[in-house]
Each structure stands twice: as structure tokens, then as C-alpha cells.
Design a protein around this ligand. Structure first.
Ligand code: SF4
Ligand code: SF4
Length: 467
């Protein structure tokens, strides 16, 4: 009997040490990826933390792991070579097209929200997970498990800071009424979700079907406080109106568009990028986002974003401009078709594979190199004495510069490639610095293929010729 008690005690001790439990400690120190953690929420669940070493986008093979899941999710991996980098840039896809939604009060026109609403209303899923905000503006983003239209509408604005979207997974797993789920999220959370249970989240979550609607994502703020601090530096906003900001984006006209709650109706301010104090850049971006190579959300079924959609500064506003939709597989195609049939989303232009039939002008190469050269994080990494200034350019000067630069910028899909090139080059430099040799494991091969043509420019940046 004594031996049996001992055996039982040993078994209990073993089970408590081998069954990981959701992390409840302080973020990010208590989390496995430490300050590179994007607060995706996986580690806040029992079902997720069991898979963290195989799923987290920031530990072990990190961002590169997602490439190995593409075949399982989409039926094939990205196809690209040096002569055609379309899928290196935009991931596995059937088509890239332009669309417009008709959801009032959305960040843009509501294409992503329209697809999610249509899929729920068509009875294709039992529930939808969106990133909602606890309050308007900069309230802490949190996952919302939606059963109704009103729930889904809580996710209709982009949250400017990290959201623990996966923290709801235990609830999903334990709810017997949820067998078909639509998850809406950014690339790092989608990667972690797809990686659960060695690439079989459907089984781990007791589901029959999982659909994923992604958004493009880049340069997120670590916390709502950091995002609020950033907008309070925008001319026309300031500390006094930071709480009135409903949405903001870095636009292709080299201006930040910020939509503000007005006394009667919304107003929009559009300060030029150069009015921002250079010192606000680095603290406004989470370290995870300096380590991210999944701007285009490669493991979602269908993805919505704005970077490759043409933007006419004279005519377009965030609330009217076209959006770019990437259809990756048959599930994504059905979701989009359902949204179009419901009238919630309108297709403006079909672009075919690579979006080759969509507007795309200019040549990104030289502006990419200039943008990397001027970037505060790049300077921090490469110039030992660099200290970012606390003053932006005067609005009068900055406005003229923005208009001149905007006229020389690439447009449409070429603008998307410019933005990807710049962010991946900067992030490769960050990862080399922070991760050392592990950067080789972390950075996906498609990102290395995108950075490769700039190898000489980067080398010149690292080792500038003597004056
Ligand atoms: Fe966990 Fe997600 Fe943070 Fe990785 S990024 S440590 S999976 S919460
Ligand atoms: Fe996650 Fe990348 Fe977006 Fe940061 S930029 S929140 S790491 S998907």
C-alpha cells in the first residue's frame, strides 16, 4: 500500500510538472518569448500553452515555422523564384483584388467586418472571434467571442496596440455549441493558432471546422498607452484630443490620417509624416513587430488590408478608399463570395494571380533604400552615437515635403512591395542584432529572398565608406 501511495504521489507530481497551465503573470516578463512576445494570447490558455514551443512566432524557429504549415493549410507552399516574387510578397493565393465594404463606423469601409458578418449570418459558423476594444479609442484590445451582429461590430475598428486574440481559446474548446469557428486576427496570432497541437488546432479545440480571416499588420504599438502617446504628438490632435481619435493610419500620401470624434460629426486631420518627432517612432512599436515578417498574414484563408490598394489623395478618404483582398484558398473564396452575395462587400476590380491586373506604378527601389537609411530604429542599430530628435519638421515645410515625396512614390501594388521591402530589411537588421545566430532560423526564406536584392545597399549602410 505504501508503494502504491508513493507511486500515486510520483504520478501526481509528474502530471503537475508536465501539464502546463495558462500564464497569469505579468506581460511580457512571465511569457516564454519575453520582450519579443506579441501578446497573442496563446500562453493565456491551457490549450495553447501546451503547444507554445511549436507555435509561438517568436521562439525557436519563430516566423519561419509558418512556411512549413502552408501546405497543410492551403494545400501547397508559396511558389516563387528570383524572377517572380509575387508569392514571396503576398503568400499563397488564387487572386488579389480590390473591394469596398459598406459597414458604417469601420476603420475603413468594413470589408473584413462585412465578410465576418456575412459568414456568421449565413449560418456557416457558430461563432466568430474578433479583436474588440473595451471602449472606444484606445481602450485595451481584447478578444470577443461573437454570436450576433452586434458582437461582430465590436471589432470593426483596427486596434492600434497588441491584442491577446487567442486568450479566448479555452472558452472555445469548452463550449460544446461551437463546432465551426471563424477566427479574425493578425499574422502572429494566426501563426500561433495554426501551430497548436502540431498543426491540428481543429482537434485540440473540439471543432469540426476552422476558418481564418486575416488582416495585414505592421508596426503595432506595445500597449494602448504607447499608442495614445503616439497620437498625442500628431499636430491637430495633441494631448488634449488624443482620446477623440477613433482611427488612424499611415497613408500612401506620406501623411498620417487621424479620424477624430467631433462635437457634431467626425473630422479628419492629415499631418505629414515629417511633423512627427523622430524620437516617438521606436517606443511606439512593439519589439515583436520589429521581429515580424508576416505583414501579409500568410496562413489566413482570406486577408484584407490597404497597402496595395491605390489611394488618390485628392479624392479618397479612409472611409471611401478601395481595400486589397487576398484570396488564399477555397475556404477564403467561399467567405468572400458569401459577403458579396449578401451585399456587404462589393468587388471593385479583379486582379488575378499576383494582382497583376491591378494598378501598380513606379519603381520602389531607391525610395526603399532612402526610407531604410532614414529610419530611427535602423540608425539606433547602426550608428552608436545616434539620438533621435524630439522635434518634427514645422508643418509648413513638412507639408511641402510630403506633397513632393508623394508625387514620386510608387502606387498600388508597387507601393505594397515598397512597404514590405522597407519593413523586412529593417526587421532583418533588428533580428540580427537581437537574436544573433538564431535570426537565421527565425527569418522566413521568402523574406530573405525579398531582402536579397538590397544586400549591397545594406552592406554599405553597415560599413559606410570613410568621409
Ligand atoms: Fe506566448 Fe504568444 Fe507571447 Fe509567444 S507571442 S510567448 S505564444 S503569448
Ligand atoms: Fe503581430 Fe506582426 Fe502585427 Fe506585430 S506586426 S502585431 S508581430 S502580426
Amino acid at each position: 500500500a505504501a508503494a502504491a501511495v508513493l507511486l500515486l504521489a510520483a504520478a501526481e507530481a509528474l502530471s503537475t510538472t508536465t501539464t502546463p497551465r495558462a500564464i497569469t503573470g505579468a506581460w511580457p516578463q512571465a511569457f516564454p518569448a519575453k520582450d519579443l512576445c506579441s501578446n497573442c494570447g496563446l500562453c493565456k490558455t491551457d490549450v495553447g500553452i501546451a503547444s507554445v514551443t511549436d507555435s509561438c512566432a517568436f521562439i525557436g524557429d519563430g516566423m519561419a515555422r509558418a512556411e512549413g504549415l502552408e501546405e497543410r493549410v492551403h494545400g501547397r507552399s508559396r511558389a516563387y523564384d528570383a524572377s517572380n516574387l509575387d508569392e514571396a510578397y503576398f503568400g499563397v493565393h488564387d487572386e488579389i483584388l480590390l473591394a469596398r465594404g459598406n459597414v458604417g463606423g469601420a476603420q475603413w469601409t468594413g470589408v473584413a467586418t462585412g465578410i465576418a458578418l456575412a459568414w456568421l449570418e449565413a449560418g456557416e459558423v457558430d461563432a466568430v472571434v474578433v479583436a474588440g476594444s473595451s471602449e472606444d479609442g484606445f481602450g485595451s484590445p481584447e478578444p470577443v467571442l461573437c454570436r450576433t451582429k452586434e458582437d461582430v461590430l465590436r471589432g470593426r475598428r483596427v486596434k492600434p496596440s497588441l491584442c491577446p486574440s487567442l486568450a479566448i481559446l479555452d472558452q472555445v474548446r469548452d463550449d460544446a455549441s461551437i463546432k465551426r469557428l471563424l477566427f479574425c486576427g493578425v499574422g502572429c496570432s494566426v501563426q500561433a493558432l495554426r501551430g497548436i497541437n502540431k498543426g491540428d488546432p481543429v482537434k485540440a479545440l473540439n471543432l469540426d471546422e476552422l476558418y481564418v480571416l486575416g488582416t495585414h499588420c505592421v508596426d503595432n504599438s506595445p500597449t494602448p498607452e504607447a499608442a495614445k502617446k503616439f497620437v498625442s504628438t500628431l499636430p491637430g490632435v495633441g494631448e488634449e484630443r488624443a482620446d477623440d481619435v477613433l482611427a488612424y493610419e499611415f497613408m500612401a500620401d506620406f501623411r498620417v490620417h487621424a479620424r477624430l470624434r467631433g462635437s457634431d460629426e467626425e473630422e479628419t486631420v492629415k499631418p505629414a509624416y515629417m511633423t512627427l518627432p523622430p524620437s516617438i517612432g521606436v517606443p511606439s512599436i512593439a519589439p515583436s513587430c520589429f521581429s515580424c515578417f508576416d505583414y501579409t498574414n500568410g496562413l489566413a484563408d482570406v486577408v484584407v488590408g490597404y497597402m496595395g490598394a491605390p489611394f488618390d489623395a485628392k479624392r479618397d478618404e479612409m472611409t471611401t478608399a478601395p481595400l486589397m483582398v487576398t484570396v488564399r484558398n477555397e475556404r477564403g473564396r467561399r467567405m468572400l463570395d458569401t459577403a458579396v452575395a449578401s451585399g456587404r462587400v462589393e468587388i471593385l476590380q479583379r486582379g488575378g494571380v499576383g494582382g497583376r491586373e491591378l494598378p501598380s506604378t513606379g519603381d520602389r527601389r531607391s525610395i526603399t533604400v532612402k526610407t531604410v537609411q532614414g529610419d530611427s530604429m535602423v540608425k539606433t542599430l547602426l550608428e552608436p552615437d545616434f539620438v533621435a530628435g524630439n522635434q518634427g519638421a514645422p508643418p509648413f515645410v513638412a507639408n511641402i515635403l510630403a506633397d513632393v515625396i508623394a508625387r514620386t512614390l510608387p502606387t498600388g501594388l508597387e507601393f505594397a512591395r515598397y512597404s514590405i521591402d522597407y519593413h523586412y530589411i529593417r526587421n532583418q537588421l533588428f533580428c540580427d542584432d537581437r537574436m544573433g545566430t538564431r535570426a537565421t532560423r527565425h527569418v522566413p526564406s521568402y523574406a530573405r529572398a525579398i531582402c536579397e536584392p538590397y544586400a549591397e545597399d545594406v552592406e554599405a549602410l553597415k560599413n559606410p565608406p570613410p568621409p
